[in-house]
Design a protein around this ligand. Sequence first.
Ligand code: PLP
Length: 225
Amino acid sequence: MSHFIDILENYKRIDENINNARLKFGRNDKVSIMAVTKTVPVDRINYAISLGIELIGENRVQEFLEKEDEYDKNCEIHFIGGLQNNKVKYIIDKVKIIESADSYKLIDEISRQAQKKSCDIGILLEVNIAGEVTKNGIPPREIKSYLEYADQLPGVDVKGLMTIPPFALDGKNDLYFYNMQQLYLEHKDKYNLDILSMGLSADYENAIKYGSNIVRIGTALFGNR
Ligand SMILES: *Cc1c(COP(=O)(O)O)cnc(C)c1O
């Protein structure tokens, strides 16, 4: 096993920041670090897993398929990138959760492929919380209909919500994080949701303030891409 001192130091700092944020914002529940692996070589990813990171985030189908055989198996993999309908079949039995479910057509296809492979798959609804025209994601006002719809589909289990707010330094996205938290709490009990995935390298501490329980971290862990 190779050692990567940069990843070790970054991990220690992130872990400490997360624990400080949990204390500061009174979070007693678990906050998971997801290592976001786009462009990162396998030996660096496996080193991160060896440090105790249990969750891996994949953006690109092709890149993922090329690397996944060599991943250490004691981690959970989520797909977090834009996903075309015709690619669902390649990843459906290789990931635990697809976090980027953002259209009825995609959710239908996920359900179809899950049934075909007899696997149950978790999804998160990706929310376009800031209403950005350049971004994928479901408008907040449609989330209720999506939950009702997905609830009756075989093979898929909606586990929660995910968002990628506008790029901003820590503190600037508070309103979006707050709105995500409200949306999540509004539907959590009825639909049995338990994941709120938000916060990246630039703003994960504030996402924790608003209830995020998966922070998706690339740059702050592995360095610039
Ligand atoms: C790249 C990416 C991240 C991580 O972003 P960093 O700023 O590098 O931490 C998180 N979520 C998604 C969906 C991404 O594509």
